[in-house]
Write a new protein. Structure first.
Ligand code: HEC
Length: 702
C-alpha cells in the first residue's frame, strides 16, 4: 500500500455520512461542492502517459439512440452506476466485476432514450441506500443487495408527482439528475416537459427513511408567495417548467442547497406567461432544512430562448485584499460564468444592463431589459457575423451565407421570429450539464463548451378551419419537436418516420397519452384525437374526427405558436454553419477573471483525416481535476476520445479511444492504494453510435 499524500484545501474537509473512505472514494456526483475535484495524486502530469485500461464493464444495454450520462458513485471501492436502460449496477472498483444489478424495467424492451446522470445516497450504521430516478419514480436501493428498500415510499419507491397538485398528475416528471442528501433529507429537482402541458418544477425534499415529502419550494409561486406577481394570475394552475433538471449543489456546513432552474414551458413563446417568471432561469439558494428561500438571482427574464441554467453550480473561494470569500460559480448556456457571494447572492462579477428588443410575434411581450456579465470574458462566441461563417469549402460558405441573409441575427436576447432567429451559442450551450471543474489550489475554473448555432423559427399551431384530422393534430401538437416532415432532430427528438415498424399501436398510443422525457403527454386531446394521430403515423391515413371529438379538441386552447423543430444550423454536408472552433476547453482564473488558457476541444475524424484537425466539436459531459494536476475529460462526440490535459497549460498529455463517446463525467477513486479513473462510454449524441460500457484506467502495477 503506497502512502497517499493528500492536498486538502482550506474549507475542503470532506464530510460524508456513515463512513466510507472519504478521500479515496468518489462519494458525490459532480464531486464535493460541485467542484469536480479529486484530492488523489498518484496519477500526475509526468506519469499519466503510462495509463492503461485495467477493466471494462460492458452492460450491453445500449440501443439505437441510447445514451449514458452517469457520473458513477464510488463507495468503499464499489462503483454504482446506471446503464442505457437504467439498470443499476454495482461493480468491484478494482476489477469491474458485477456484484449485483437492479432492473426496474424487468428486462422489458426499451426503445426510448432514458436519462440518468448519477445517484445520491444516504447511510447510517452499516446501512446505505442509493436513490435513483427511473421513469416517474425515485427508487431507494440497498447498496448491499441492490433490492428496493421496502420501507421507503411504496415498496421502495416514491412517485415524483407527489405535492405538485392534481392538475399535473398525468404529466412527465422525472429525476434525471441526482438529488443531494442533507441530514435525513433527499433534496431533488426534476425534468418536466418543455411544451405544454408541463408539470411545474417545484423543488422538494423527501425523508430518506420513509420517502415522505418534507418540504416543497414552488418555483412557480402560489398566490401570496414571493414572485407570484411575475406570472399571470392563475398561471400556477396551468403552467409548468421552471425546473431544476441539471442537479443541485449542497453546502452542508451552512445548510444551503443551490438550485439552478430552467425556463418556463413552453420554452419559445410566452404569451400565456407574460411577466418576468420567477423562479425560472434563476440560481436559487434554499435553506436545506426547510426549503425556505435565502436568496435568488434571476439571469434571464421571461425566457423565450431556452436559456436554462444547465449545470449544478460550483462552490468556490475567491481571494480579495487578503480576504477569502465563499462564492458560487454558475456556468450558462450563453457562454458566461456568473459568480455570486454564497451568503448574500450578490454578484461578484461586474455586469451590465442591456436594452432588449421587443418581439414581433403577436401576443409575445419580451422583457425590456436583460443583464450580462462583463467579466470574465465569455467562453463561447456571442454572435454570428458573416466573417465567422464556415469556410470549410467554398460551397459550404455560399450555402450558409445565403441562409444567413434570410435569418434574424443579433446579440443575446434577439427575439424568436417567423423568419428564424439564430441562437448562438445554441440550446445546448455554451456550457451544458457536464458542469465545471474547479481547482482549490489555484482558483481556476475549467469549462468545456459547445459552439453550435441553432435556428429558432416560430410557426403557427393553428388547426385551420377545415376538418380536424390526424395530420392537422400532428401539425398543431407534434411538429414543433418531431418536425413537419416527421424527421425529428434525432436522437434528442426522435424521427417518427415508419414509427409503426419500431413500435406497436399500444406503445405509440401510450407515448402520446403520457409523454416521456422532454415530451409532454397529450391525453387531454381525448381518445379519438389520439387514435387519428396514431392512424396518421402508422398508416398515413388522414381520418377526420367526428363531431363530439371535434368539439373536445377545439375547446382546448393551445398556444397560438410553436416552433418548426430543434434545428442545429448545419452546412449542406452536416458540419456546423460557423467556422471552428466548434467546441472548446477553457481555463478561467476566477480571481483575476482572466483566461489561463483556451483550446479547441474535439475533432471530426473524417475531417481530421483530410487535414482539418483541431476544429473542436460538440461535447457533452464534464471534466474532473485531480491533485495530480491532471484534467480528465471524455465528452467529445465524434472522436470518442478520453483525454488528459495539463491543468496549467492545457497541453494534451494523454488520450485514448473509448468504445463509444464518453458523454459523461468521469470518477476518480482509489482501491488498495491504486488510483483509478473511470468513465462511462455511452455515445448516442447527434447520430454518434451508442455504447454501454464503463472503462477504468490506472497506472501499470510495479
Ligand atoms: C416538446 C417536444 C415534443 C412534442 C411537442 C412531442 N414530442 Fe414526441 N417525443 C419527444 C421526445 C423528446 C421524445 C423522446 C422521448 C424520451 O426521451 O423519453 C419523443 C418520443 C416520441 C415517440 C416515441 C418515438 C420512439 O422512437 O420511441 C412518439 C411515438 C412520439 N414522440 C409521438 C409524438 C406525437 C404524436 C406528438 C404530438 C401529439 C409528440 N410526440 C409531441 C418530444 C416531443
Amino acid at each position: 500500500m503506497k502512502l497517499q499524500i493528500l492536498f486538502l484545501c482550506a474549507g475542503a474537509v470532506l464530510t460524508v455520512a456513515a463512513g466510507g473512505n472519504r478521500n479515496a472514494d468518489w462519494p458525490i456526483v459532480g464531486g464535493y461542492h460541485g467542484t469536480h475535484y479529486s484530492p488523489l495524486n498518484q496519477i500526475n502530469c509526468n506519469n499519466v502517459k503510462q495509463l492503461e485500461r485495467v477493466w471494462q464493464f460492458d452492460s450491453n444495454d445500449q440501443f439505437e439512440g441510447s445514451e449514458m450520462q452517469c457520473n458513477p458513485l464510488v463507495l468503499d471501492g464499489v462503483v454504482y452506476a446506471t446503464t442505457p436502460r437504467l439498470r443499476v449496477v454495482a461493480l468491484d472498483g478494482a476489477t469491474g466485476k458485477l456484484i449485483w444489478d437492479f432492473d426496474a424495467h424487468r428486462g422489458e424492451k426499451i426503445t426510448q432514450k432514458l436519462r440518468n446522470r448519477g445517484m445520491a445516497w444516504w447511510g447510517a450504521g452499516d446501512e446505505r441506500r442509493l436513490f435513483v430516478g427511473i421513469d416517474q419514480y425515485i427508487y431507494a436501493l440497498s447498496t448491499k443487495t441492490g433490492k428496493p428498500v421496502e420501507s421507503f415510499g411504496d415498496h421502495g419507491r416514491i412517485d415524483l408527482h407527489v405535492g405538485l397538485g392534481d392538475e399535473f398528475k398525468d404529466l412527465t416528471v422525472q429525476a434525471t439528475s441526482p438529488g443531494v442528501v442533507y441530514k435525513d433529507l433527499l433534496i431533488q429537482g426534476t425534468l418536466v416537459a418543455e411544451d405544454l402541458p408541463a408539470a411545474p418544477g417545484h423543488i422538494r425534499a423527501f425523508d430518506v427513511h420513509t420517502g415522505q415529502m418534507r418540504w416543497i419550494f414552488h418555483t412557480i409561486p402560489l398566490p401570496g408567495e414571493y414572485g407570484y406577481n411575475t406570472w399571470p394570475k392563475d398561471g400556477y394552475k396551468k403552467l409548468g417548467g421552471a425546473n431544476s433538471w441539471a442537479g443541485l449543489t449542497l453546502d452542508e456546513k451552512r445548510g444551503i442547497v443551490f438550485a439552478p432552474t430552467g425556463s418556463a414551458s413552453f420554452d419559445f413563446y410566452g404569451a400565456n406567461r407574460l411577466g418576468d417568471n420567477l423562479f425560472a432561469n434563476c440560481l436559487l439558494a434554499l435553506d436545506a432544512a426547510t426549503g425556505k428561500r435565502i436568496w435568488h438571482f434571476k439571469l434571464v427574464k421571461h425566457d423565450i430562448w431556452d436559456r436554462d441554467l444547465p449545470a449544478a453550480p460550483t462552490l468556490v473561494q475567491l481571494h480579495k485584499n487578503g480576504k477569502t470569500i465563499d462564492a458560487v460559480a454558475q456556468i450558462t448556456k450563453y457562454g458566461w460564468v456568473w459568480i455570486f457571494d454564497e451568503k448574500t447572492g450578490k454578484p461578484l462579477v461586474h455586469y451590465r444592463k442591456i436594452k432588449a428588443p421587443p418581439s414581433d410575434v403577436d401576443g409575445e411581450v419580451t422583457a425590456k431589459e436583460q443583464i450580462l456579465p462583463t467579466e470574465p470574458p465569455p467562453y463561447a462566441r456571442q454572435e454570428v457575423t458573416p466573417d465567422i461563417l464556415t469556410n470549410r469549402t467554398p460551397a459550404a460558405h455560399a450555402a450558409v451565407l445565403a441562409q444567413y441573409q434570410k435569418l434574424r441575427v443579433g446579440p443575446q436576447f434577439t427575439p424568436p421570429s417567423f423568419q428564424g432567429t439564430v441562437i448562438f451559442p445554441g440550446f445546448d450551450g455554451g456550457g451544458e450539464w457536464g458542469g465545471a471543474a474547479w481547482d482549490p489550489e489555484t482558483g481556476v475554473l475549467y469549462v468545456n463548451s459547445n459552439e453550435m448555432a441553432w435556428i429558432l423559427r416560430i410557426i403557427p399551431r393553428s388547426l385551420g378551419t377545415g376538418a380536424i384530422t390526424g395530420s392537422t393534430l400532428y401539425r398543431q401538437n407534434c411538429s414543433g419537436c418531431h418536425r413537419p416532415d416527421l424527421q425529428g432532430s434525432p436522437p434528442e427528438f426522435p424521427s417518427l418516420v415508419n414509427i409503426g415498424s419500431r413500435l406497436n399501436r399500444d406503445q405509440i398510443t401510450a407515448m402520446i397519452q403520457h409523454g416521456g422525457g422532454r415530451m409532454p403527454g397529450f391525453g387531454r386531446l381525448g381518445d379519438g384525437a389520439v387514435r387519428v394521430i396514431v392512424d396518421f403515423l402508422m398508416t398515413g391515413k388522414d381520418v377526420p374526427l367526428d363531431g363530439a371529438e371535434h368539439m373536445k379538441v377545439t375547446n382546448l386552447s393551445p398556444l397560438k405558436y410553436g416552433i418548426d423543430g430543434y434545428n442545429r444550423w448545419l452546412d449542406p454536408d452536416g458540419y456546423p454553419a460557423v467556422a471552428p472552433p466548434w467546441g472548446t476547453l477553457n481555463a478561467i482564473d476566477l480571481n483575476t477573471k482572466k483566461f489561463v488558457w483556451k483550446e479547441p476541444f474535439g475533432e471530426y475524424p473524417k475531417l481530421a483525416a483530410q487535414g482539418m484537425t483541431k476544429t473542436g466539436s460538440e461535447n457533452y459531459g464534464g471534466s474532473i481535476l485531480t491533485a495530480g494536476g491532471v484534467l480528465f475529460i471524455g465528452a467529445t462526440n465524434y472522436d470518442r476520445k478520453f483525454h488528459a490535459f495539463d491543468k496549467k497549460t492545457g497541453d494534451l498529455l494523454w488520450e485514448t479511444t473509448l468504445p463509444a463517446a464518453g458523454n459523461a463525467t468521469p470518477a476518480v477513486y482509489e482501491v488498495n492504494g491504486r488510483e483509478y479513473v473511470l468513465i462511462g462510454a455511452g455515445g448516442g449524441k447527434w447520430g454518434a453510435p451508442s455504447g454501454g460500457s464503463y472503462v477504468a484506467f490506472a497506472l501499470r502495477e510495479k
